[in-house]
Design a binder for this molecule. Structure first.
Ligand SMILES: [Zn+2]
Length: 447
């Protein structure tokens, strides 16, 4: 819908401000001031505390529950959750690469990316971070959405990952470096091209593995990681790393990586580096598990995921490691983010809310899961002055749901209303992919 200019009062709602310091605000009012299509929270509180100006637009939320918009710290925009099409599977890797770089390929990939971004927003994900997409297409999509007439999500984009020659994502979603100085040069390239952060792959991954044990193999050397982190931090950029083994964790954290994506078993040195990391940008590092992707990979036949038996076996190894890392992080008070790895087989951009349920399955409370997906994610991504909690001065990014999500996270699955920067999104279910839903129904019931 078009961007608005007005003052708007959202009334008659239960407000979960996301700070979890006080009780939920009953019979709440959120006053939003829109200017040039950007709406910020002017005030919020119980109806007796907030005075509603005359001529103000009123939106009656009919007793719904309002909470901060969800943030997804780990997505890829190039895929919508449907596994590779038969044409893609038939083409050789070189043919696929040629297609992706062609003008038709680029156009179609960018269209998919835009659709995915909007699917996320309509499902209540008001901000997300893309951490590895081909050829900087994500930056183009980010800028086109930002400058477009339609209201879009806030997007933080990494551009392509940085890996070693032959490493995770090589050629398709990663640029290769093979020395510390090549690492520095690639960081400079990324910053010049306008990325919001740097994403590296310091270990191998599941979906392009060809040998058992390749996922999690320490690929990038400590010297390369340290050079990349130093270069990025000099310019104030955070570094995220795809990392799936204890050895990889040690090298990444020692080198200064700020956010560890996926994770693995932690020993004492790893735990202490997460909490106090002298080489990180802010003195600590955080963990982003991505359970949903591994849940579908291990729960569905390779007939559907289009993975090889080796990739499936690697996925099951990584699943155990990720669960172990998350449990340790919860116990030790390591800062946690929430991500889904959307684009992987059956992980849709509108399915982010399910990751909260998996956090709970592995030991978090509902309240903790909500906090990880909102306040904690905002802090980790460095955007907590703008989003993550509902407070005066922050963007009016919130969702209204039918029941109390602290009691039942399922309410997050179908928001009654999504508000992005004060703009009410028109409700639609057009983004739902029926063939994906049909196949994951059983697994989703066991979340
Ligand atoms: Zn990923």
């Amino acid at each position: 819908m078009d961007k608005q200019n007005n003052i708007c009062a959202f009334i008659n709602c239960n407000i979960i401000d996301g700070k979890f310091e006080n009780d939920m605000i009953k019979e709440g009012v959120i006053l939003v001031e829109n200017s040039d299509g950007i709406g910020k929270i002017k005030s919020l509180g119980n109806k007796n505390e907030v005075s509603i100006p005359k001529d103000c637009k009123i939106v009656d939320l009919k007793g719904k529950y309002v909470l901060p918009g969800l943030i997804n710290a780990h997505v890829h925009l190039f895929g919508d959750g449907k596994p590779n099409s038969p044409e893609e599977v038939k083409r050789t890797p070189d043919e696929n690469l040629k297609y992706m770089k062609s003008s038709v390929g680029k156009y179609l990939i960018k269209e998919t990316m835009k659709k995915n971004a909007m699917a996320a927003l309509h499902a209540g994900v008001t901000t997300f971070r893309s951490v590895g997409d081909p050829f900087y297409y994500d930056l183009e999509v980010r800028d086109e959405i930002k400058n477009g007439a339609e209201v879009g999500p806030t997007m933080l984009c990494a551009g392509p990952m940085i890996c070693i020659t032959g490493g995770h994502g090589y050629k398709f979603v990663s640029e290769a470096i093979d020395s510390p100085w090549e690492g520095r040069k690639e960081v400079r390239n990324h910053i010049y091209n306008g990325t919001d952060l740097i994403k590296i792959a310091n270990t191998g991954g599941v979906t392009d593995s060809k040998k058992i044990g390749e996922a999690g193999r320490a690929e990038m050397t400590y010297d390369e990681i340290a050079a990349i982190c130093d270069e990025a931090h000099r310019a104030g950029y955070l570094v995220a790393s795809h990392c799936q083994s204890t050895k990889g964790l040690k090298e990444a954290l020692r080198g200064g990586v700020d956010t560890i994506e996926h994770g693995a078993e932690m020993d004492d040195e790893v735990i202490s580096l997460f909490k106090h990391n002298p080489n990180s940008l802010r003195g600590y590092s955080s963990l982003t598990p991505t359970f949903l992707t591994i849940y579908y990979i291990s729960g569905l036949s390779t007939k559907y995921t289009k993975l090889t038996d080796i990739q499936l076996a690697n996925g099951k190894i990584i699943e155990k490691r990720m669960i172990s890392g998350f449990k340790t992080a919860l116990k030790e008070g390591i800062k946690l983010a929430l991500g889904t790895d959307a684009a992987m087989p059956y992980v849709t951009h509108y399915g982010t809310w399910k990751e909260l349920k998996l956090d709970v399955k592995y030991g978090a409370t509902n309240e903790q899961a909500i906090m990880i997906a909102t306040k904690s994610n905002a802090e980790i991504l460095g955007i907590d002055k703008e989003v993550g909690t509902l407070e005066p001065g922050k963007f009016a990014d919130f969702i209204a749901v039918d029941g109390n999500p602290v009691e039942d996270l399922n309410y997050l699955g179908n928001p009654y209303m999504v508000v992005k920067s004060g703009n009410i999104l028109e409700k639609t279910n057009d983004y739902i992919i029926p063939e994906v839903e049909e196949l994951i129904k059983g697994l989703d019931n066991n979340l």
